[in-house]
Design a protein around this ligand. Structure first.
Ligand code: ADE
Ligand code: ZN
Length: 351
């Protein structure tokens, strides 16, 4: 039976947004480090921080653009040294994800941020992987890892990182591209993405967050990615919007991030309604939740509060898209989509 979205009252929407099952496909695990955990790990590892207190650190979270955020984000990650640190960080995220009814998560991690400080890549991957396993066994969350290359560094450094990670090939499912976008187009990483493709890894890339629509096109054409992270600047090119919609190319949109990093002045200016109206496979994600004001449900809530054009049909579409766009098995996707249908059918029936 089709879901009667019109039967779901607006008053039921906030609860439904929070309680419905969803997948998170764009979360930098280092961006989930809360200031309290940064300070705890700094104490544990004897790392000096540039801020005297949790409050002083949090007060510095006023960003003018992507780079102003990245400078603080990399400094925060400097407290991660032992395998247990990586486990603790990811486990803290999974506990919050479970509270938000995230049933599947694909976590980005930035190995170069750690290897440059002398941390072995195996320490990073093993700690994160152990947390992913425990997320499945204790929280029922299916979780996997995507290794991101830092685009402000060279392609040769990205290749060295991929090679160092290959002994752990079975512990991550794909590669991505993040960090400073402007001046670092996707095509700079053509060779390393071809190498990752040859390994059977999934491919994603940040594009069109601050960079122009042409970066989205080269991520598709040169890197041959399967998802675009952010991608919101596609709206500047109607032909590109049409291409993305026709190919059901997913965009992992991060609304609170976009406002915090001044991609949009306010949430009311966000282009998510236009992306959905154009038939794009857009999803909602938290990006760096410890820095941008919240996790998955905070993103859904802030977005729907500010954009009255979005209602129950769009909420269902976004969550359904998150399963479709994931790298999970078809059977898992079908199971989560059935759960989602159940939640919306119950809301339409007034339950
Ligand atoms: N690394 C962490 N968050 C990021 C973002 N929003 N864009 C690019 N690189 C990132
Ligand atoms: Zn991101």
């Amino acid at each position: 039976m089709p879901i009667d979205f019109a039967a779901i009252p607006r008053s039921a929407l906030p609860g439904l947004l929070c309680s419905a099952p969803k997948a998170e496909l764009h979360i930098h695990i280092e961006g989930s480090l809360e200031p309290e955990l940064i300070f705890a790990l700094a104490r544990r590892n004897g790392v000096d921080l540039a801020y005297p207190s949790v409050d002083a650190l949090r007060a510095a979270y006023a960003f003018s653009d992507l780079q102003s955020f990245l400078d603080i984000y990399y400094a925060g990650a400097s407290v991660l040294i032992e395998e247990q640190d990586f486990f603790d960080m990811a486990w803290a995220y999974f506990e919050r994800a479970a509270a938000d009814h995230v049933v599947h998560a694909e976590l980005f991690f930035d190995p170069q941020t750690h290897t440059v400080r002398g941390v072995d890549i195996g320490v990073v991957i093993r700690g994160l992987h152990r947390a992913c396993q425990q997320a499945q066994s204790q929280l029922g969350i299916s979780a996997s890892l995507i290794l991101c290359f830092l685009r402000h560094l060279s392609e040769d450094e990205a290749i060295a990182t991929l090679q160092a990670a290959l002994p752990y090939r079975d512990l991550f499912i794909g590669v991505g591209l993040d960090s400073s976008e402007r001046g670092h187009p996707p095509e700079k990483f053509a060779r390393v993405f071809a190498m990752a493709r040859a390994q059977g890894l999934h491919l994603v890339a940040h594009a069109g967050e601050e960079g122009p629509p042409a970066y989205i096109e080269s991520a598709l054409d040169v890197l041959q990615v399967q998802r675009i992270d952010h991608g919101v600047r596609c709206v500047e090119s109607p032909a590109l919007v049409q291409r993305l919609a026709a190919s059901r190319m997913p965009l992992t949109v991060c609304p609170l991030s976009n406002v915090k990093l001044c991609v949009y002045k306010t949430m009311a200016d966000h282009q998510l309604p236009a992306l959905l109206a154009a038939g794009l496979c857009a999803t909602i994600n938290s990006d760096d939740p410890a820095y941008f004001g919240g996790y998955m449900n905070a993103n859904f809530t802030a977005t729907f509060d500010a954009l009255p054009q979005l209602g129950a049909a769009q909420a269902y579409r976004l969550m359904c898209n998150s399963f479709e766009a994931s790298f999970a098995s078809d059977a898992a996707k079908a199971g989560w989509t059935a759960q989602l249908d159940g939640a919306f059918q119950a809301a339409a029936a007034g339950a």
